[in-house]
Design a protein around this ligand. Structure first.
Ligand code: GTP
Ligand code: MG
Length: 207
């Protein structure tokens, strides 16, 4: 998919103030500092579209971007940010969980996982929570440029094995780097495929 336009729409802390759910939407989520905002900039080919930082906890709001005037891309705050207070973390959980479960046009949640790490409890638990709520997701392994391809493959395989303790089938897995753009086109192709299904009226609309 060619990203022709990518524009910031709004930042929100309240689920009821989000844009109308009339376009397909894709959310990017994962641990703080995993590379969500960087990947969004790589996907859209816009360096400063989503704010990135070496310090974790940069993204604090639900940030909507509109791509090619036809779909929404959403940058979410990271989970597991130790510097924030317990109360803040609880609030984060409530607000993001509500967004993820209630947002009717949300087509796929891209769960970002650091490809350099062995499976982390917090990521596995988050995937299980998505599974329990029947929310569609794919796994995106980030920062693959920081190590060998073999090492990334090993960590991806370990993550898959860990998830098979809870899931019968593991969702699609994409290895990426925002630096080299590895996997970027693959994500855009997945989004394109889902967008096409969203646009086509289903057979039941004619009955
Ligand atoms: P929060 O908004 O704080 O939750 O973080 P985030 O997940 O949005 O991470 P962000 O994109 O801000 O990136 C965090 C740091 O990792 C920055 O210093 C990025 O430059 C770096 N980074 C992100 N992706 C990559 C990547 O693919 N390769 C390399 N080498 N560095 C990356
Ligand atoms: Mg961010």
């Amino acid at each position: 998919m060619l990203v022709k336009t990518a524009e910031f729409v709004c930042s929100n802390t309240q689920v009821d103030k989000l844009p109308d759910p009339n376009l397909p939407e894709y959310a990017f989520i994962g641990r703080s500092n995993v590379g969500k905002s960087s990947l969004i900039n790589a996907l859209t080919n816009r360096k400063g579209l989503a704010k990135t930082s070496q310090k974790p906890g940069k993204t604090q709001l639900i940030n909507h971007f509109i791509i090619n005037d036809t779909w929404y891309l959403v940058d979410l705050p990271g989970y597991g940010y130790a510097q924030t207070s317990k109360k803040n973390r609880a609030e984060w959980g409530k607000f993001i969980r509500r967004y993820l479960t209630d947002r009717e046009n949300l087509q796929c949640i891209f769960v970002l996982v650091d490809s350099r790490l062995e499976p982390q409890k917090i990521d596995l638990e988050f995937c299980c929570w998505l599974g329990e709520h029947g929310l569609p997701f794919m796994l995106v392994f980030t920062k693959a440029d920081k190590q060998s391809g073999v090492k990334s493959d090993q960590n991806v395989a370990k993550f898959k094995r860990a998830l098979l303790n809870w899931f019968e089938e593991v969702p699609a897995r994409i290895i990426t780097s925002s630096e080299t753009r590895l996997g970027v086109e693959e994500i855009l192709v997945k989004i394109d495929e889902i967008n096409e299904r969203f646009e086509k009226p289903s057979a039941s609309d004619y009955i």
